[in-house]
Design a binder for this molecule. Structure first.
Ligand code: ADP
Ligand code: ZN
Ligand code: ZN
Length: 759
């Protein structure tokens, strides 16, 4: 047998990634005809189990016959050109490895559902003249001949009008539009088709919208901004990551704009990441004005069909040069990535909590840039302790500072107010101190706008029985239900369970059920009482469930249709309003009392960011900071805008207590319906971990913040690994342990998962 013959008879196999949370790779055989065409990253349909079929991604093509089972054949190859690029597969591998989840989990999160099924483009039926009638003479003759078929004649004229036939047309006309505009029935239309005048055809409609918008020049940078930009360039000469630490309203966005322009001039692509979809509204408008159709937006609130179109466009010869998006945009295909901007890099919403992959989009973006050979710019007014450490002591990133606000407007004056004292003296008006009330009056009088910030944590409004103290709780989760006044419902914010508020207390029969606690709704009521004339808007999770509701609220505030904006965390983030001079922080204390090693860092970031919304244009702003702890150092740090003092004390504390950035954390979760089993197994696992990693690296079993969700009991263990130790080895050990424990039959019914670098 000759060698060539031997080779051609060799069977081809592919290893594929299935959209399932499975660790293993699956191997399928490929028919010879398909073997010539299949490439890594292509989508294939494969049989799985007895009846199922999945769209899988080809990861490896080889000739190694798998042993021990009968190999099935691939059903279909969906394309000749890969839908997933090699760089993306590399990123998936890294994510599965680093975040300790299955590659199938990553695949599921990364790829829009439409690509996992058979994606159908949006098709409309369009109408056109048949070949015979596309000249003016032919049409004239036809119209004369149709004198007695008035309705048909009218519909034909409507078509000629819509298609602009005599004005340089024809334009596309959908059947739907024609019938609507012509006020015609399908019968009249069909008659024209039968007569051989009109014909229909299928037209694939783009969902991406009109891209031919007017573009404007970049704004010239001022001297401080130009200096920062020069320093960023310098930094990129020998480092691939740069932290831009620029105070609020210093014009970071303008600097990004210039960098983006330079990058696309070089024919490279840019990814501009924002922590939340909500934030994209304002920035999108700013960037659209400059980059027009070169800019694409991508996030999870888009319909799946739209996401598929963007994905395909990024694979095409004419991809968007700039993608602006929330965390899922790290998953898009990039052919020529040159720059990644991570705006508001300190934001914890960059971390995906559930489901797997529980990834941090900032860190994933850093990896994405590294794979693509691109630079990364992290920007913020309040760096995360981790990034600050990396840019200073660790020397991993470059650091560029921008301390001047645009037009040298001073940072706002911050006035702390001791609400503990005022409460004692009974001088508070609900949640408003006399000084805050007075400043609000002044502002309203001067026609200025006001932002009030109310931290969400720990302030869920509850219903309570006034007689026995009973509080309604979720039947599936270990949390109390939140009261929604306008719908008169009690809602679980973990699982969505909801009930109407009961008439009487189920414990004692009392009718005196009152709403307790301090949500934004309550603040709104108090304002309406104090300033009945003021137009108030409330921005929180309940009022902004839809993206349009949020956008409308921002637009109304921008156009000064509202005077006071009350909000939770949402109002702290990167918004840019011109007429806000006064910002009130209603109560700083819940931020400080939270039992989490990041509580101080978070509190500082939140307060500094909220304060940063004041006085961005024109006059210096003012912030009233209400707290029961005016003597805490952090209050002074916020007042003096002394980020460096905050981060110094935090770093010292973290080093002493073995927390990031000196140690990496891995949380291990165990879930089960049976509480005792969950508790026992968590204890067994903790003991095992102590044996392998040593006592000082294991904390737990710990009480998670919420110990039951969706009727599952949760056990948690915290593992701390030195920053300079091998994470790969630690992961290896963990997975080995998990394997061993699976030998214990009781473990088979448990859910076990990891949260690496939790926030
Ligand atoms: P940051 O992102 O640092 O908070 P922004 O980029 O939002 O700051 O800038 C604050 C405001 O100042 C924005 O309204 C912006 O348009 C304006 N601005 C900043 N730099 C310039 C500039 N060079 N030319 C014109 N306007 C600028
Ligand atoms: Zn009661
Ligand atoms: Zn629940």
């Amino acid at each position: 047998m000759s060698v060539t013959l031997f080779l051609s008879e060799q069977m081809t196999y592919i290893d594929v990634i299935l959209p399932l949370p499975l660790k293993a790779t699956f191997t399928y055989a490929v028919h010879e005809e398909m073997a010539q065409r299949v490439k890594r990253g292509c989508r294939v349909v494969v049989p799985f189990g007895k009846t199922k079929h999945y769209t899988a991604i080809v990861d490896r093509i080889h000739h190694e016959t798998p042993e021990g089972y009968e190999v099935k054949y691939v059903f279909a190859l969906l394309e000749e050109q890969p839908a997933v690029l090699p760089g993306q597969l590399k990123l998936w591998d890294w994510m599965a490895d680093y975040y300790m989840c299955a590659r199938g989990d990553v695949y599921n999160a990364a790829v829009p559902a439409g690509l996992k099924l058979d994606f159908k483009p949006k098709v409309e039926t369009h109408v056109r003249l048949t070949e015979a009638y596309r000249t003016e003479e032919a049409l004239q003759g036809l119209l004369d001949a149709m004198k007695r078929a008035v309705k048909q004649q009218e519909l034909l004229l409507t078509y000629l009008h819509l298609s602009a036939f005599f004005e340089g047309g024809p334009r596309e006309v959908s059947k739907q539009d024609l019938l609507t505009h012509g006020h015609a029935s399908a019968e009249v239309f069909n008659a024209l088709v039968k007569r051989g005048v009109l014909e229909t055809y299928f037209f694939v409609v783009s969902r991406l919208g009109d891209e031919s918008s007017q573009v404007r020049e970049l704004k010239p940078l001022n001297v401080h901004q130009q200096k920062a930009l020069d320093e960023i360039h310098q930094c990129f000469e020998n480092q691939s990551v740069c932290l831009l630490y620029g105070v609020t309203s210093s014009g970071k966005t303008e600097i990004y704009t210039h960098l983006i322009e330079e990058t696309i001039q070089q024919g490279k692509q840019v990814l501009y990441l924002l922590p939340e979809i909500a934030l994209t509204t304002q920035i999108t408008e700013r960037l659209k004005r400059v980059f027009g159709g070169k800019l694409g937006i991508y996030h999870s609130k888009f319909s799946d069909a739209e996401r598929v179109e963007i994905w395909n466009k990024q694979l095409s010869d004419e991809p968007y040069q700039i993608i602006l998006g929330a965390r899922s945009s790290v998953f898009l295909p990039y052919q020529q990535l040159g720059l990644v901007i991570v705006d508001e890099e300190h934001e914890s919403s960059y971390k995906q909590q559930d489901p797997a992959p529980r990834y941090h989009a900032r860190n994933t973006a850093l990896m994405l840039a590294a794979i693509g050979g691109a630079k990364t710019l992290l920007g913020t007014a309040t760096p995360s302790v981790e990034s600050w450490y990396n840019a200073t002591e660790a020397g991993k990133y470059g650091l560029v500072e921008l301390k001047e606000r645009y037009q040298e407007i001073q940072l706002p004056e911050i006035l702390p107010v001791d609400i503990k004292e005022l409460r004692r003296k009974k001088m508070m008006h609900g949640h408003f101190s006399p000084i805050l009330k007075e400043k609000m009056e002044e502002a309203l009088h001067r026609g200025e706008q006001i932002i009030l910030f109310q931290n969400r944590r720990g302030f869920a409004p509850l219903v309570e029985c006034h007689d026995c103290g009973w509080v309604p709780r979720c039947v599936h989760c270990d949390v109390s239900l939140t009261y929604h006044k306008y719908t008169h419902q009690l809602v679980c914010h973990y699982c969505g369970y909801s009930v109407t508020v009961p008439q009487v207390c189920p414990e004692c029969g009392s009718r005196d059920l009152r709403d307790r606690g301090f949500g934004t709704e309550k603040v709104e009521d108090e304002i309406k009482e104090m300033f009945p004339q003021a137009r108030v808007a409330r921005m929180d999770l309940d009022t902004t469930r839809s993206k349009t509701a949020y956008e409308k609220m921002i637009r109304d505030f921008e156009r000064q249709r509202t005077d006071i904006l009350i909000g939770t965390q949402m109002v702290s983030k990167g918004l840019d309003f011109d007429h806000v001079r006064l910002v009130g922080i209603l109560n700083a204390d819940t931020m400080l009392n939270y039992p989490d090693f990041r509580a101080y860092e978070r509190a500082y970031q939140l307060m500094a960011q909220v304060a940063g919304r004041a006085g961005r244009k024109g006059e210096r702003g003012m912030v009233i900071l209400q707290t029961g702890h005016v003597d805490y150092p952090i209050i002074r740090q916020v007042m003096n805008n002394d980020f460096e003092a905050m981060v110094r004390t935090q770093l010292a504390e973290r080093q002493m207590c073995h927390f990031p950035p000196f140690y990496r954390l891995v949380y291990i979760y165990i879930k089960h319906r049976d509480r005792e089993l969950a508790e026992n197994m968590t204890a067994v696992l903790a003991a095992q971990l102590v044996k392998v990693f040593g006592q000082e690296r294991v904390n737990g079993p710990m009480q998670p913040a919420v110990s039951r969700v969706h009727s599952l009991h949760i056990g948690m263990i915290m593992l701390k690994i030195e920053n300079n130790a091998s994470m790969a080895q630690a992961r290896q050990l963990l997975l080995q342990m998990q394997q061993q424990m699976l030998q214990d039959a009781r473990f088979k019914t448990l859910q076990l998962y990891y949260d690496v670098d939790p926030v």
